[in-house]
Design a protein around this ligand. Sequence first.
Ligand SMILES: *C/C=C(C)/C=C/C=C(C)/C=C/C1=C(C)CCCC1(C)C
Length: 246
Amino acid sequence: MEMFSSFQTIMLTVLQPGDYVGFTFFIGSMAMMAASVFFFIEMWNQDGKWRTSMLVSGLITFIAAVHYFYMRDFWATNGTSPTEFRYIDWILTVPLMCVEFYLILKAFGAKQSLLWKMIFYSLWMLVAGYLGETVFRDNSPIWGIISTIGYVGILYEVWLGSAKKLANNSNDPALQSAFSALGWFVLVGWAIYPIGYMAIEGSGWLSGVLNPKSLDIIYNIGDAINKIGFGLVIYSLAVSKKSAVA
Ligand SMILES: *C/C=C(C)/C=C/C=C(C)/C=C/C1=C(C)CCCC1(C)C
């Protein structure tokens, strides 16, 4: 009996039927890993100047894959949100997504100041979000609003600011359509996260409506869409630019 109950404790750390959060952590880890293999291998089939962008796409999904392995175990062991791993992942991968914007616009005159501005906005957004989910959890809406200022800063750069102007002036239809696809990911795909944040138990604006567990499910769906989607946009751009020689 003694042995059986400790066996059960071990069994609890694997997937249980009905553990939808656990499922999405598991699927997320596999999807991120598969996407990384794809981007790392496909980068060698692209012209040289696109390899850095492809490498960054692979790094984004690879960093996420490693964090998903940890988050999956953390969830299975504790049954609580792996907030620290989540934000460590984001603080590495979101700035790398800003790097993607910079890299594809570099040939059209993007300056490093654009990159630093976008990284600054993303750090602002994520630090405020982390504080709202941890230390100041009772006041999560206020920190969510502070965080949204950083998000709006990124949106401004991409939809109206200097990044948009560079894309418009590029006279390169392939670049422009990739840029606009990335812009839609930031506007619609990234807007998934604040919805998850509003599920914070107690103080979240939607905490009466959403099950607290939906926070991680929503974040996991957002990550899969955005990280793999971003990489695929870069991949299609690289493929469309491939010189005709086989
Ligand atoms: C790969 C990870 C990505 C693209 C993460 C993006 C995260 C966000 C856009 C988070 C935004 C938030 C707000 C705009 C307000 C509430 C707090 C956050 C951090 C969830």
